[in-house]
Design a protein around this ligand. Structure first.
Ligand SMILES: Cc1cc2nc3c(=O)[nH]c(=O)nc-3n(C[C@H](O)[C@H](O)[C@H](O)COP(=O)(O)OP(=O)(O)OC[C@H]3O[C@@H](n4cnc5c(N)ncnc54)[C@H](O)[C@@H]3O)c2cc1C
Length: 604
């Protein structure tokens, strides 16, 4: 193929595609980024950027801006349950771990709340700074084809254009036309259809004393969640609906004004409805992530329920995992299995995140059962809607029946606002059950602790280290496949995260001064005969150290003795480690590298 054409074609400039193009550019790889819309997302959509995502954003140079422009998450400590914002508060839980200093020590950044309608414009601006990214908004990819040499995409826009690359990554969202064209199955279930009403209104007096991210609204006229995207005035109310008998078009501006008033608990003089959009909340996973030169990433590969806040984050981390592999493969520095490892590593993580988010969704029933409402009752409506006996009824009857059944179910929630003894009992049982929701809001283990156990890593014998609760707790480790734990180092008088000195386009070997000579020799021998040049960094104290370790953190975290070494991939995950100095370090390193990159001495 013509090598002057861009190397990677990225379809879709949502958070996943934008991040991927930026990571590729940092690794020196050019891309064509195609987006059917002419402007970035107007809906706030996802708003939680977890710690790992913020680390990726730090690599692509946008974390500082987000930290400066974003809202302070530590001031927004609560998740609240209310009958309405102006009505009874049923309970609250903290969205923050108790030990904040320990949390902040785990990373150079921290989770942020930064909605997509602010994030995407910032990323659009960033991609425009790179010559290596050819950004084509307002172009829709209508077909793709691949041959042994390249992949080609046909774009419709101001004019029809064909773009080609060595690889194509479909980041085209959960309804991904490309996934369907690739004939990849979309496995899983629809949990609930939701209507999202994006509105502005100043709600300061109702939330200033309990600033939070989510306010669960439970009353017969408004049932759902109010997301505080930008306190005090930017909000989205999500509420369930049941298509096709209930349609998105039924949610007129007037009806949504009434819904918002019922959720807030009063009429709002300054209410402005900005957007009304349906969203199918589902737990679905693509059966494959790759077909030849075409890859799926982000929502195109997995659709997560929002009950976990992991959707956007899982997509950003797909991009992080794939970018360096495409960069090495594109340069001919790896065998085919390195690209296969993308699916082997990322699909199980998506599976875990989906399971967790779907479980959170199901467990919300525990709270609602105190007033006799089970979310499964609402879900059973979907089964009724599919049944033949129901579908033979005239459509108007069907719609009337669904409306009745929904309002009958939601009427049960009135008990939570009742002044009588039953109401009181229900409320005290509700509060008692709130701690059972903890894992919904505390998931540092899923955020930082995911470990790739099968892929571009050299597995170690023994049991993968795990904290008691792998969802809530994170245990720093250099076990192969784990994220390299962050710690502060000093280089040339400047404090940096260890993540800052890891190479973006190669492998980095971290060693201690005691075995410096042996590992430098090993790296030199690999550089001259091996598949890829390796950066060797000596972490410790004294004249032999490249990076000073003022808190002796590497001694704690390295998981090796003074003579061992840890090999880190460009995505800051550990690829291999040697706990002690092997008899022939050069050979061991060479064998490990060849296995990770799938580059064997006899050729690929
Ligand atoms: C209304 C709504 C509300 C949401 N709320 C939440 C929430 O509260 N919490 C949460 O965690 N998540 C939420 N999400 C999900 C979250 O937005 C996604 O997880 C996230 O955007 C995934 O990013 P992505 O880049 O993988 O896909 P997307 O953001 O879907 O981006 C895909 C991009 O591809 C483009 N595209 C599609 N087809 C083509 C084509 N043929 N050619 C060119 N471009 C194409 C699209 O225009 C889009 O820009 C919400 C989603 C929606 C729709």
């Amino acid at each position: 193929m013509d090598k002057s054409t861009p190397r990677v074609v990225v379809i879709g400039a949502g958070p996943t595609g934008l991040t991927l193009a930026l990571l590729l550019a940092r690794a020196g790889i050019s891309s064509t980024l195609v987006e059917k819309n002419a402007r970035p997302q107007a809906h706030p959509a996802a708003c939680i950027l977890n710690t790992r995502t913020m680390e990726v954003f730090r690599e692509i140079g946008v974390a500082d801006l987000i930290m400066r422009q974003g809202q302070n998450v530590f001031e927004r400590a609560y998740i609240s349950w209310v009958t309405s914002l102006a009505g009874r508060e049923l309970g609250r839980c903290s969205a923050m771990p108790e030990d904040l200093p320990s949390l902040l020590a785990l990373s150079p950044v921290h989770a942020m709340q930064f909605p997509q309608n602010r994030l995407e414009p910032l990323l659009w601006q960033k991609v425009r700074e790179y010559e290596l990214i050819r950004f084509l908004p307002g172009r829709e990819c209508v077909s793709v084809e691949q041959d042994g040499e390249a992949v080609h995409a046909l774009l419709k826009g101001p004019e029809v254009e064909r773009v080609s690359g060595d690889y194509l990554v479909a980041c085209d969202g959960s309804s991904s036309p490309l996934r369907r064209a690739m004939d990849v199955k979309w496995e899983g279930r629809l949990l609930q259809d939701m209507i999202g009403v994006y509105f502005t209104a100043d709600l300061t007096d109702l939330v200033a004393h309990r600033k939070g991210i989510l306010y669960w609204i439970i009353n017969p006229a408004a049932f759902g969640v109010l997301i505080a995207h930008w306190i005090p005035h930017e909000w989205v109310l999500f509420t369930p609906y049941f298509p096709p008998q209930q349609a998105p078009e039924d949610f007129t501006e007037k009806r949504c004004q009434a819904l918002v008033a019922a959720a807030v608990g009063r009429q709002l003089a300054d209410l402005r409805i900005k957007l009304i959009r349906p969203w199918a909340v589902s737990a679905k996973l693509a059966s494959a992530y790759r077909r030849g030169r075409i890859f799926l990433a982000g929502d195109a590969a997995h659709s997560l329920p929002p009950t976990g806040g992991l959707g956007l984050n899982t997509g950003v981390q797909d991009a992080h995992n794939l970018a360096w592999k495409l960069a090495l493969a594109g340069r001919g520095l790896s065998g085919p299995k390195l690209l296969d490892s993308y699916e082997r590593e990322r699909r199980p993580i998506a599976q875990t995140n989906i399971r967790h988010s779907a479980q959170n969704f199901d467990e919300m029933s525990d709270l609602l059962e105190v007033c006799g409402l089970n979310l499964n009752d609402l879900r059973r409506l979907q089964a009724l809607q599919r049944s033949i006996t129901f579908r033979v009824l005239p459509f108007a009857w069907q719609a009337a029946l669904i409306d009745r059944l929904v309002s009958k179910a939601l009427k049960k929630t009135a008990l939570l606002a009742a002044d009588d003894k039953r109401g009181k009992q229900a409320r005290s049982e509700f509060i008692r059950r709130i701690p059972g929701q903890t894992r919904h809001y505390h998931f540092l283990g899923l955020d930082l602790g995911f470990i790739y156990q099968d892929g571009a890593v050299i597995a170690e014998a023994g049991r993968v280290p795990q904290p008691i609760d792998p969802i809530i707790d994170y245990q720093p480790t250099t076990w192969p496949g784990a994220r390299l734990p962050h710690f502060w180092i000093r280089r040339d008088g400047v404090m940096l995260s260890i993540h800052d000195v890891i190479a973006d386009d190669s492998m980095t070997l971290l060693v201690k001064p005691e075995a410096r000579r042996a590992w430098l020799d090993a790296v030199q021998s690999v550089d001259s005969h091996g598949p890829l040049a390796v950066r060797c960094l000596v972490i410790g104290s004294g004249p032999d150290a490249d990076c000073e370790d003022p808190q002796r953190a590497w001694t704690n975290f390295s998981g090796t003795d003074d003579s061992g070494a840890v090999l880190v991939r460009p995505d800051r995950h550990v690829a291999w480690r040697s706990r002690t100095l092997p008899r022939n370090p050069g050979e061991e390193l060479d064998v490990a590298l060849r296995q990770i990159l799938d580059m064997h001495p006899s050729g690929v």
